[in-house]
Design a protein around this ligand. Structure first.
Ligand code: ADP
Ligand code: ADP
Length: 229
């Protein structure tokens, strides 16, 4: 099935009298298990698009469907629940909570979703072991390396078994080797769990590894042919 879909998506930020649309009419459909890269220059609107897909911001017009549900038809609480259930988020900076351990950080989304503590802990522990952090469960973010923090953030994004992970430069803050490791980790989770990936990236070499590469340019989303990437 289709996990993420948008039709006629438009976004204009109201800035006084100057109202230039970031984009006016974007269509995108992401299937179950599909991996999609979004390229584009700085300011092209990649973060804006990702925020709209993730229900963190509302479009000026057009619709976003997540797991078959129309976002704009939901209350804030319902949208929050759908986001927590169906989507995972990974950013350039990890956004882990500094006072909590890696294990607690990864448990948080499932606890918020209503799972009881022992089950949440088991699931979080397995995921952290899966991303190679079995020996770092009780470490706080400040006690982890950049790559370890980002792997913990990936584990947290996946703990609810989302249909789709949205990544905004998820490896952008890491050195090349660590970036490659975290990227491979996301690809292996895609293969094992059929989690769709939509990744904003500047890195064409990484983008090339995904099923489809789209470029956002002057308000349009264009699919690049393999030899254009
Ligand atoms: P990208 O992620 O591709 O760098 P963004 O989505 O961050 O691009 O930004 C797209 C355009 O929208 C830019 O011109 C940016 O200045 C503008 N923009 C982004 N966020 C806001 C905001 N909250 N208010 C006003 N303009 C914004
Ligand atoms: P930027 O978007 O400026 O590149 P970051 O890379 O630090 O900044 O990403 C942080 C983003 O997280 C913010 O832009 C914000 O829109 C988004 N955000 C806000 N609230 C939430 C939330 N509850 N869950 C996930 N992301 C959120």
């Amino acid at each position: 099935g289709v996990v993420l879909q948008c039709d006629g998506l438009a976004k204009t930020y109201a800035e006084g009298r100057l109202e230039t649309p970031v984009f006016k009419d974007l269509d995108l459909s992401v299937r179950e298990g599909e991996t999609v890269a979004i390229l584009g220059a700085s300011g092209a609107g990649k973060s804006t698009l990702l925020h709209l897909l993730g229900g963190l911001d509302t479009p000026t017009s057009g619709e976003v469907h997540v797991a078959g549900q129309r976002m704009s038809g939901l209350s804030d609480a319902e949208r929050g629940r759908l986001r927590n259930r169906a989507l995972g988020f990974v950013y350039q900076f990890h956004h882990l909570l500094p006072e909590f351990t890696a294990l607690e950080n990864v448990m948080m989304p499932v606890l918020l979703g209503g799972m009881d503590v022992p089950e949440a802990e088991t699931r979080a522990r397995h995921l952290l072991e899966g991303v190679g952090l079995g020996h770092r469960l009780d470490h706080k973010p400040g006690e982890l390396s950049g790559g370890e923090r980002q792997r913990a953030a990936v584990a947290r994004a996946l703990v609810n078994r989302p249909a789709c992970v949205l990544g905004d430069e998820p490896t952008g803050n890491l050195d090349e080797k660590t970036a490659a490791t975290v990227f491979e980790l996301m690809l292996s989770l895609n293969r094992e769990q059929r989690t769709s990936l939509v990744l904003v990236t500047h890195d064409r070499r990484l983008a090339r590894r995904l099923d489809r590469v789209l470029e956002l340019h002057e308000g349009r989303l264009r699919e690049l042919l393999p030899d254009e990437v």
